[in-house]
Design a protein around this ligand. Structure first.
Ligand SMILES: Nc1nc2c(c(=O)[nH]1)N[C@H]1C(S)=C(S)[C@@H](COP(=O)(O)OP(=O)(O)OC[C@H]3O[C@@H](n4cnc5c(=O)[nH]c(N)nc54)[C@H](O)[C@@H]3O)O[C@H]1N2
Ligand SMILES: Nc1nc2c(c(=O)[nH]1)N[C@H]1C(S)=C(S)[C@@H](COP(=O)(O)OP(=O)(O)OC[C@H]3O[C@@H](n4cnc5c(=O)[nH]c(N)nc54)[C@H](O)[C@@H]3O)O[C@H]1N2
Ligand SMILES: [Mo]
Length: 761
């Protein structure tokens, strides 16, 4: 199937669903798979996802259980893999037919539907079209540009979290040997706030829990996360928690279907029954109210301890493992009910009921995702969650801990491999010693600073390894202009996207193997490895015939580019690495702690778990202990007539790529330019349901940004909030609107007004 036109935009609205997954989920997945890849490839791909000898699902980073069922994937995982396994191909004839300017007019959906990229292409300065280029010529071109820069810091190398550990390790090695730390990644826009907050308070920016802990917990908070769409297999785990007697509290400004009830498609009871109720309490919180909520829960714990000394707090843990308790306690006791009720929009009874659940629970886990990290005060909010867990010693023991739920399947692994503009000295020392060079120490650009640098002409070469930077970043028009100013943009990609049509003076598309493609090198068939959200590292082996004989693997592309740029004969054996990925893993094991016998252990069923020092009572913080913190109560307030807009994912998209125009659980069909608003807010704003509006954001400097032509949809969202899809609304988020400390764009907290637009005709 190849779409020849943009998809129709013809909104129909049904009531939001009360439950997620189940049979319709599987049926929708098969429909997409069969349309994209046909029956044979559908069978091959779906049977191999997340199997011990198969490939890792390129969907989310939720871990696979130890005992796998035959269909250990979800509706959306199946859609992602089918999207990659599509039978459609983009050839040189396609690029000859469509000038870049015409492609730039097409929708994100249309670009993706054209199929897999098949050979390297170049757009030369002043040219209107991409034309074919050989691999060697492409590497020579890039190496020439890189060597000609005044300083290595004028180039930047973006990574998206689909990249394997092996490719990520080689990329950062190449970039540092070349001489810069300019390694922005999708994490900068994603869980960076989690990394900042956890690194500071616990000494490691990763989650501490395992899947077994999830099953064992008495109480799990799911905050700012929509697992029904974005981590569907998490619902099977939460179902297990519930069957073991655990409780779940959901905190979200939208009543998300998956958090309410779940019908497990892999169990007969899921197919026929009413399903499992997931959230015992659903707190329909105002956007950005989470910091206030957790501060009040913390204050209530201190007061409960006052009332019954020695029964509420874990004094042994606090004394042995933590620092800063007294200052924190003094600070949090000042939290005021009126402020909290205003910030959260919740009632006192709702918060007190959750407090009672907390008191009744010995083992608590807090899970969170983008609803917290993409807020201006995301870092203090997550620190306050750490305070909450420390108070009762909910760390480093079974059934308890922190659980930032990662997005991309290997985003956590890429960080472990050194994809970060600010890797600590210990890593850089080990890397330099292993490969006999001196890695640069100066911190590089993250995603926001990278756009600033390109905008200001300080960076002129952009290399993207996977992903779709131009659509993922905030302030679309500023980001687009920044990339267009570059001398050279290079995208290593599987499929066509906006980052190929918004490009520099010279632009290259380097097509590569995907997760599901077989990877054969001189030493034989290769596998790669990934690390999931719970630090499990395991092998992934592609099974399908590659989309084209002219594709190179990411490892090969990075290695060859490194050889051309750095010259032959250095201390880094790039050719050997390409021949046998096991040799890369041997080096990883020598540079990064926890990877002993890497190749062997990665191939065991389930792989192996990287140690998290927090679980051994070791905290690599300044004080050597887990740090309590004092966080200023801040809240998002919109002036009269304004709303707080969040940009989020529909059920039918993978990040910047829409797969279809529906958002089934929320009842939205055949349209993406919609904005969900509480009916009472609509009435107060004088807007009729389904009327047409422009969404206008106003930044501190008085400048306005506009996203045109959205339909308002009355929706049971928290008062004062609005929700619309990303990437269409990225244009509204100013480049300078970032989370404090983590520098993450505030994709979830944009102050907007809705301007009615007269209907045509
Ligand atoms: N099918 C599918 N799966 C995916 C992805 C995809 O695009 N499609 N993307 C992957 C990636 S990279 C990531 S990072 C994850 C993202 O996973 P999520 O974080 O679940 O993704 P979002 O759609 O951004 O949803 C954010 C949730 O936070 C809520 N929220 C917004 N503001 C607030 C707030 O102020 N407080 C609270 N408590 N909640 C708030 C929203 O209502 C929404 O439910 O998913 C991964 N999995
Ligand atoms: N407004 C707003 N903006 C956001 C967010 C939001 O919630 N709201 N979320 C942010 C988040 S959490 C994230 S993670 C980013 C996502 O940002 P990215 O990770 O940059 O974006 P994706 O859409 O996942 O990238 C899709 C492209 O990756 C390429 N690709 C897919 N698989 C492979 C592969 O195996 N190898 C290679 N080389 N290429 C491959 C394909 O060409 C495809 O077109 O967006 C961020 N931006
Ligand atoms: Mo993400």
């Amino acid at each position: 199937m190849r779409a020849t036109d943009d998809p129709k935009d013809d909104l129909s609205v049904k009531p939001p669903k009360e439950w997620a997954a189940g049979v319709p989920g599987v049926a929708h997945a098969l429909e997409y798979s069969l349309a994209q890849s046909g029956p044979r490839r559908t069978a091959l791909t779906l049977l191999n996802i997340n199997q011990v000898k198969g490939f890792d699902c390129p969907g989310c980073a939720w871990p696979e259980p130890g005992h796998r069922v035959k269909n250990e994937y979800c509706e959306n995982g199946a859609k992602h893999i089918s999207d990659e396994a599509t039978k459609s191909r983009i050839t040189r004839a396609f690029f000859a037919e469509h000038p870049v300017a015409e492609l730039d007019e097409k929708s994100d959906y249309w670009l993706n539907q054209q199929g897999r990229l098949t050979e390297p292409m170049v757009k030369r300065p002043g040219a209107t079209h991409y034309e074919p280029i050989g691999w060697d010529a492409a590497f020579d071109l890039i190496a020439g540009e890189l060597r000609g820069l005044g300083s290595p810091d004028e180039a930047m190398f973006y990574t998206s979290g689909r990249v394997s550990n092996e490719a990520a390790f080689l990329l950062q090695l190449f970039v540092r040997a070349y001489g810069t730390n300019n390694l922005p990644d999708c994490s900068n826009m994603c869980h960076e706030s989690s990394g900042s907050a956890l690194g500071e308070t616990l000494g490691i920016g990763k989650g501490s829990v395992s899947l077994e802990d999830i099953y064992e917990a008495d109480l799990i908070f799911v905050v700012g996360q929509n697992p029904g769409t974005n981590h569907p297999r998490m619902l099977s785990a939460l179902e297990q928690t519930k069957r073991n007697g655990g409780k779940v509290v959901a905190v979200n400004p939208l009543p998300e279907a998956g958090l309410k009830r779940f019908k497990n498609p892999q169990k007969p009871r899921g197919v026929v029954g009413r399903g499992t109720t997931i959230a015992d309490d659903f707190l329909l919180i105002r956007p950005g109210g989470d910091l206030a909520l957790f501060q009040m829960l913390n204050k209530l714990l201190l007061e409960a301890e006052d009332a019954a000394p020695g029964t509420v707090l874990d004094h042994g843990f606090i004394e042995r493992d933590t620092a800063g308790f007294d200052a924190f306690a003094e600070h949090v006791r000042r939290t005021d009910w009126d402020d909290v009720l205003t910030a959260t929009g919740l009632s006192r009874e709702e918060i007190e009921r959750v407090h009672e659940r907390v008191l009744a629970s010995k083992k608590i886990i807090v899970c969170w995702a983008m609803g917290l990290t993409q807020q201006r005060h995301g870092v203090p909010t997550i620190r306050e969650i750490v305070n909450f867990l420390l108070l009762r010693g909910n760390l480093g023991r079974p059934g308890a801990g922190v659980c930032p739920v990662r997005g991309h399947s290997n985003v956590q692994g890429d960080r472990t491999m050194g994809i970060w503009e600010r890797m600590p000295d210990a890593f850089l020392d080990a890397l330099g010693a292993e490969f006999s060079f001196t890695p640069p120490r100066r911190h590089g650009y993250d995603s926001v600073n990278g756009v600033r640098a390109m905008r200001d002409g300080k960076a002129t070469v952009f290399v993207g390894v996977a992903g779709n930077f131009v659509r993922a970043m905030s302030d679309s028009s500023v980001t687009e202009d920044a990339l267009r100013r570059c001398r050279l943009t290079v995208q290593i990609s599987t499929k066509l996207n906006r980052s190929h049509t918004v490009c520099g003076e010279t632009a290259l598309i380097l097509p590569t193997l995907g997760r599901s493609d077989r990877d054969i090198q001189e030493s034989g068939e290769q596998f790669v490895t990934v690390e999931d959200s719970m630090s499990m590292v395991h092998a992934s082996r592609g099974r399908l015939e590659p989309a084209s004989p002219d594709l190179l693997s990411e490892v090969a592309i990075i290695g060859r580019l490194a050889r051309r740029t750095l010259g032959e004969g250095g201390a880094i054996p790039w050719e050997e690495f390409e021949r046998d990925y096991g040799l890369i893993r041997d080096r990883i094991a020598r540079v990064i702690p926890g990877f002993e016998d890497f190749s062997e252990r990665a191939q065991r069923p389930g792989g192996f778990r990287l140690p998290n020092p927090v679980n051994e009572g070791v905290y690599r913080t300044l004080s050597g202990r887990a740090e309590f913190s004092c966080n200023e109560l801040t809240m998002l307030t919109a002036p009269e007539g304004y709303l707080v807009l969040q940009s989020l994912r529909s059920h039918d998209q993978w990040n910047t790529i829409p797969y279809a125009m529906n958002d089934r659980y929320r009842g939205i069909h055949d349209a993406r330019r919609v904005v969900l608003v509480n009916p009472e807010d609509l009435a107060a704003l004088g807007l009729a349901d389904q009327s047409l509006v422009d969404i206008v954001s106003v930044w501190e400097d008085g400048t306005e940004r506009r996203a045109e032509g959205f339909r308002v949809v009355g929706y049971p969202a928290a008062r004062g909030s609005a929700a619309s899809y990303y990437p269409e609304t990225n244009v509204l988020v100013p480049l300078d609107s970032v989370a404090d400390i983590s520098n993450t764009p505030t994709s979830k907290g944009v102050i907007v007004r809705l301007e009615p637009v007269p209907e045509a005709g």
